[in-house]
Ligand binder design. Structure first.
Ligand code: HEM
Length: 122
């Protein structure tokens, strides 16, 4: 019986990796992934601690002052705000400019958008 060479091939499927060219847009996209990775412990930790463990009704000025006294919590909160804000701003920019990867005129406005969001964050 004749076998179909396409269906009976024993060669493993070849992995195809696409490397986007280094550009402002590809770096911004990569940082969306990095910040998302960091936001999992930062954002979820924030919600679990404040909404589940402490409870929103137990949050008062005293609790905020107690937390603020520890430099570790300041760093945690600053990192959460900075990464969430930068991630959100850059995501919004990508949503508003769906063809950022191919556009040249938009990449000129992107750094100023990023600089403005960084300026507000810090
Ligand atoms: C645990 C927290 C979060 C995780 C894991 C997460 C993850 C992600 C991932 C993986 C992407 C796609 C990136 C890409 O490949 O282009 C993304 C896009 C986006 N994220 Fe987040 N994110 C988180 C929190 C947030 C927050 C707090 C905001 C807003 C302040 C936000 C706003 C956005 C926006 C606007 C986009 C672009 C959506 C799009 O391209 O359609 N994210 N996020």
């Amino acid at each position: 019986m004749e076998t179909n060479p396409v269906l009976t091939t024993s060669a493993p499927p070849r992995e195809r990796r696409i490397r986007p060219p280094r550009s402002y847009e590809s770096t911004a996209w990569r940082w969306m992934r990095y910040s998302a990775f960091l936001l999992i412990p930062l954002a979820w930790g924030h919600v679990i601690i404040n909404d589940v463990l402490v409870g929103v009704h137990a949050i008062d000025l005293n609790l905020v002052a107690t937390r603020w006294a520890f430099v570790g919590w300041r760093i945690y909160d600053a990192a959460l705000l900075a990464f969430a804000f930068a991630h959100g701003m850059n995501g919004l920019r990508q949503v508003l400019n769906p063809n950022t990867w191919i556009s040249t005129s938009r990449t000129r406005t992107s750094p100023s958008c990023f600089a403005a969001s960084s300026r507000i964050a810090f």
